[in-house]
Ligand binder design. Structure first.
Ligand SMILES: Nc1ncnc2c1ncn2[C@@H]1O[C@H](COP(=O)(O)OP(=O)(O)O)[C@@H](O)[C@H]1O
Ligand SMILES: [Mg+2]
Length: 504
């Protein structure tokens, strides 16, 4: 039995690794240059520039302006901004206004039509009416200076992330531009201008900060504050202070219980539902890979938002609404308004399917839930459902799981034919055996809906001679039960109940 499970898990890990490799090699969004294109940011003229061996300062300036305009668009979209947000951007605005003066290009558009290029001048005082400000207490440079135990956590294309302990108690994450990262390195190689390259990269953090602030959801990382300070000969370098998570390790997740894997998928679906109906409109995550998410207390949260986009795709026919993925392509409908229908939502959903659902949802699920889970995997893999329907199906499964509706026959009386002696305020020391997937690495700790399910599990394990009903529950409210190979070491333990198997 155990060997079979191990083989199953190993097979699954292999499938996951192959799948991920395929996704990474073929995913169109994996190429950062491509992402910028999709994101509406004017791409770096890499080919032309590298042929000359060096990019021109005009190219860089143009990119800086484009990215600045993007930041302003995100800041101002729908809701005008408060004084706090204006403060947030002040150093950037100042720099950009200088830049704008140096530039011969006119970035102003005369009419204030909706599609106009945003003005680089300070925001009108009228805009402070809608509150999108950071809620106090807001962390700042002082908190970073007073913090301790800085530890490197990870980095991506642009940013490096560190852990910091505040007041010897609370841990937070610090995010800043990674001077040794690909983004800066590629830019400096091309343009030989560290300061402007830094600025270009830091706009991504500003955009992320604005999005983290404007999008409030339990599955979006919380922004606690930010700090502008001089470092590396560059003035006003930006560091954001956010909620701390742990990087998402897919291999580790594959070894966890179905209940925990379902939680990850459910939190992702809740997040995508929010993003599809966000205050900024429907938002898509162009760089959608597991490493853009972290885990906080067992919940998945998105951390990397610099490649998020709220821009819909314009079209004149369905052929313009083509979405390309490694294993499948889709053509969506072009609406009469000339927009690809639900493209942002559907891109997110298909990515959730290919990076998360296929690996995490069905395997080792309660057998009666398998058909429902398979239908989620199939429907999202074919983009037959939108996010609303997908969320409704997830919530239905959660309800069934929480209420034991997945169990074949719910009887509340002890199961006939199996005799167990119940001993209150007692547990069993040691006498553990391993099982899979256990919440305890050395023992067999599983979650159950009721006593009957615990008896069923004990009867299915050849080693099981007893089990201890703990007073702990999982996130769904299910009871944690320790299954034991013997009952020689009974010890007093308040609030625990031991069930001893009676041999006939
Ligand atoms: N709040 C956080 N807590 C813990 N780790 C994080 C946090 N934010 C990001 N990370 C880790 O740092 C890496 C880089 O962060 P990310 O924002 O994705 O940067 P980039 O834009 O360069 O990809 C992530 O892949 C993740 O593993
Ligand atoms: Mg990232």
């Amino acid at each position: 039995m155990r060997r079979k499970k191990l083989a199953l898990a190993a097979g699954f890990c292999l499938a996951f690794l192959l799948g991920t490799l395929l996704n990474l090699l073929c995913v169109p969004g994996f190429d950062h240059h491509q992402q910028q294109l999709q994101n509406g940011v004017t791409p770096v003229p890499l080919i032309a520039a590298s042929r000359q061996g060096k990019g021109s300062s005009q190219d860089l300036l143009k990119q800086l302006q484009e990215r600045y305009k993007e930041v302003i668009r995100y800041r101002e979209h729908q809701a005008p901004v408060s004084a706090t947000v204006r403060l947030l951007l002040r150093p950037l605005e100042r720099r950009l206004m200088d830049l704008a003066q140096r530039s011969s290009e006119n970035v102003h558009k005369p009419e204030n039509s909706k599609s106009s290029i945003p003005d680089l001048s300070p925001v009108s005082p009228l805009s402070s009416k809608i509150d999108v400000s950071l809620r106090p207490p807001l962390l700042s440079c002082q908190d970073i200076t007073n913090g301790s135990n800085v530890r490197y956590l990870g980095s991506g294309y642009t940013k490096a992330v560190y852990k910091l302990v505040l007041n010897d108690t609370v841990s937070v994450a610090l995010k800043s531009v990674d001077f040794g990262g690909h983004d800066i390195q590629n830019c400096v190689q091309l343009y030989r201008n560290l300061e402007d390259c830094y600025r270009l990269a830091s706009f991504k953090i500003v955009k992320e900060m604005i999005l983290l602030q404007r999008l409030q959801h339990p599955n979006i990382l919380q922004l606690y504050g930010y700090c502008y300070q001089d470092s590396n000969d560059i003035s006003d370098t930006l560091t954001t202070i956010t909620e701390l998570g742990s990087p998402l390790e897919m291999i580790q997740l594959l070894q966890s219980s179905w209940e925990d894997r379902f939680r990850i998928c459910l939190s992702l679906v809740r997040l995508l539902h929010y993003l599809a109906h966000s205050p900024l409109g429907s938002i898509t995550l162009l760089d959608f890979r597991p490493r853009q998410f972290v885990i906080v207390d067992g919940e998945l949260k998105v951390t990397d938002l610099d490649d998020a986009s709220m821009d819909g795709t314009s079209c004149s026919s369905n052929a313009d609404c083509f979405m390309e993925f490694p294993a499948r392509n889709f053509t969506l409908q072009c609406s009469v308004e000339g927009k690809c229908q639900n493209m942002n939502e559907k891109r997110n959903l298909y990515n959730a399917y290919r990076f998360f659902f296929t690996y995490l949802l069905p395997h080792s699920a309660p057998s009666s839930l398998r058909p429902l889970l398979d239908s989620i995997v199939n429907a999202t893999g074919e983009l037959r459902w939108g996010i609303d329907e997908t969320l409704a199906q997830f919530e239905k499964i959660l309800y069934m799981y929480k209420n034991g509706l997945y169990l074949p026959n719910i009887t509340h009386a002890p199961m006939a034919g199996y005799e167990y002696k119940q001993v209150a305020d007692i547990s069993i020391a040691e006498e553990d055996y391993r099982c899979w997937p256990s919440y305890h690495h050395n023992g067999c700790l599983l979650s159950v809906f009721n006593i009957n399910e615990a008896i069923k599990i004990c009867e299915s394990h050849s080693q099981c001679q007893a089990f201890v009903w703990t007073n702990q529950t999982t996130w769904t409210g299910r009871q944690l039960v320790f299954f034991k190979a013997g009952s020689r070491n009974l010890v007093p333990d308040i609030d625990k109940i031991t069930y001893l198997k009676l041999t006939s």
